[in-house]
Design a protein around this ligand. Structure first.
Ligand code: OXD
Ligand code: MN
Length: 594
């Protein structure tokens, strides 16, 4: 029996039930008892292992074919192809729905269909949105419990007539009578996986994967792809950004929202602890920011998520002690090593591991093959982070002072530069780039452009997205956040990092805050404003003058050599390129004298 009085919800659940034909339907209430019951189901199915060393924590191993987001199988399905734009896969809604209906037909046989009502954002906040996910995966239910706000309170807000975003998900592996998963991660083969978004009707259909962003539909699907398209229509922004509060010794607070592509240390920056006397940093979110202009004309951000779904390899007490402390208990691990004493391990954790079971379930010793998959993950409640900000659930959000963009570049791009205007900042975000691999030292190799770190997440035409950014700037006027671009990853010719990174990145953030206050110097360069060495607080840091000069240098010839790559990127957006972006490109080249 449905506990919901919402007729739209009840009708949709019934329509899906008739199509997917589950053995039963269960409505989730988000309680601890429910979480424990789901975990027991997963333990009984041989999919979860309880960790002896971490209270209430569990390890999962996925199928080796189901380990990451599947960008090639991800669609933005709009009536007109132009509305998905040049950076998204597109198929018409009629065609995609017909294909997917064929797959969904009877796909939950032998399984339970769970109905998960969830809120992205503090329940009842005027920036928050309600979603309802239907899924046949208990693994998804427990992860959604951590990553979103699930349960009865959401149903109260939804009431009889409230609106919600329907999110349909199936692992695509029906069971025959008497068949069980028996320790085998259920999913469908790659050519049957579809992660489909219908932004014109705020609808998500996902089929065939049980992993991360493909399956936890509140995150990338709802909070970025669908929300970005809603934000454009409704005049707000959904961005792939961490949110951080820095407080200076005088007690002034600065809120920073920063966008980096995956694997650029976003979670590390979100939880950074400054080595600077009197400065304090608190985390509000590590992946997504929803931002709205409020009555005072400023841009306010909330973190729509309730947990962290972080990349495990590389996370250590050295790189991110606050993340390590966040996952001491009540955490879910996926595709990590199981150690002999019943804990988890991954590459570049602080202490070595000499024996265990690897992510594929095989006996493992360090050697040629890694023990944890490169995209192994932890799921942990945000409230367990020791430096979570007291305002992280404030329904009003926090006023953003600073936007930061960046990418991973071993060459050319200096440590930091500041936009001279909003439009210039939009250009910086739009042209953000990483080198395709750490080894790509060849100047001719193409850059991977990742505009505002939204390449895989923008739910509409990227040209329209940039226009939306320009228009938000017009509305914000003098109250717009200052915009900066950083690169923590410069290396010497010998392959050594030139800048220490991690907590020392706070020195760069301090310069940004002081720029906002008008308290620190800068020099004007063709890239924008940049610090002189003496403008950065380097107290207690040992960095050679040579390295410092190198990371603060603008190598005009190297930038000019990349004009062709820039033109290629702009040509990709082609006819959809806003006039204001064309103007930025022209001005940028002119500043370099080219
Ligand atoms: C993520 C990603 O998982 O950006 O956050 O890929
Ligand atoms: Mn992300």
């Amino acid at each position: 029996m449905s506990p919901s009085k919402n007729s739209k919800l009840n009708a949709w659940v019934e329509e899906v039930r008739a199509m997917v034909q589950p053995d039963k339907v269960e409505w989730c209430d988000g309680s601890k008892a429910e979480y424990d019951r789901m975990m027991q189901i997963l333990l009984d199915a041989g999919l979860a292992t309880k960790l002896k060393k971490r209270p209430n924590s569990f390890l999962f191993r996925s199928d080796p074919s189901d380990v990451a987001r599947v960008e090639d199988r991800t669609y933005i399905s709009t009536r007109n192809k132009r509305d998905a734009g040049p950076t998204n896969n597109w198929t018409s809604p009629d065609e995609l729905k017909a294909t997917m209906r064929g797959l969904y037909n009877g796909c939950m046989k032998g399984r339970t269909m769970y109905v998960i009502p969830f809120s992205m954002g503090p329940i009842g906040s005027d920036i928050a949105k309600i979603g309802v996910q239907l899924t046949d995966s208990a693994y998804v239910v427990v992860n959604m419990h951590i990553m979103t706000r699930v349960g009865s309170k959401v149903m109260d807000v939804l009431g009889a007539n409230g609106d919600f975003i329907p999110c349909l998900h199936s692992v695509g592996k029906p069971l025959q009578a008497g068949q069980a998963d028996n320790g085998v991660w259920p999913c469908a083969p790659i050519e049957k996986k579809y992660i489909a978004h219908f932004p014109e009707e705020n609808l998500i259909w996902s089929y065939g994967s049980g992993y991360g962003g493909n399956a936890l539909l509140g995150k990338k699907c709802l909070a970025l792809r669908i929300a970005s398209a809603m934000g454009r229509k409704e005049g707000w922004m959904a961005e792939h950004m961490l949110i951080l509060r820095l407080t200076n010794p005088e007690g002034r607070r600065f809120h920073i929202a920063a966008a980096f592509p995956s694997a650029c240390g976003k979670t590390n920056l979100a939880m950074l602890q400054p080595p600077l006397k009197g400065w304090k940093a608190e985390c509000l979110g590590d992946d997504i920011a929803w931002m709205k202009i409020k009555a005072d004309g400023r841009l306010y951000a909330i973190n729509p998520e309730a947990g962290f779904f972080g990349v495990a390899p590389g996370t250590s007490y050295k790189s991110n002690p606050m993340a390590m402390d966040s996952i001491k208990e009540n955490a879910i691990f996926t595709n990590c090593v199981l150690t002999d004493d019943g804990d988890v391990w991954w590459e570049d954790m602080d202490k070595p591991c000499d024996h265990g079971i690897d992510w594929k379930g095989r006996d493992w010793k360090p050697g040629k093959e890694v023990g944890a998959h490169g995209n192994a993950r932890f799921t942990a409640p945000a409230k367990q982070c020791p430096v979570i900000c007291s305002d992280w659930e404030n329904p009003e959000g926090v006023p953003i002072d600073i936007f930061v963009f960046g990418g991973r570049r071993t060459r050319v791009m200096p440590l930091v530069h500041q936009a001279t205007s909003w439009d210039h900042g939009v250009f910086m975000g739009a042209t953000a780039a990483s080198e395709p691999t750490a080894a790509a030292l060849d100047a001719s190799s193409a850059l991977r452009r990742d505009p505002m770190a939204m390449l895989p997440f923008c739910g509409y035409n990227v040209g329209d997205y940039w226009q939306h950014w320009f228009e938000m700037g017009d509305r914000l006027g003098s109250k717009a956040p200052a915009i900066f671009y950083v690169n923590w990853f410069r290396k010497s010719d010998a392959g050594k990092f030139l800048w220490p990174g991690y907590g020392d990145n706070a020195r760069v953030l301090k310069w940004m805050c002081q720029r906002v206050e008008g308290k620190v110097g800068a020099r004007e360069t063709p890239l924008g404003f940049m610090p002189n060495a003496e403008d950065l607080d380097l107290t207690g840091l040992s960095i050679s003058k040579e390295n410092l000069d190198e990371v603060l240098k603008v190598d005009a010839a190297a930038f000019k050599a990349e004009f062709g790559d820039l033109d290629g990127w702009m040509a990709k957006v082609g006819e959809f390129l806003p006039e204001r972006m064309k103007k930025q490109v022209t001005e940028y080249k002119k500043r370099f004298g080219g």
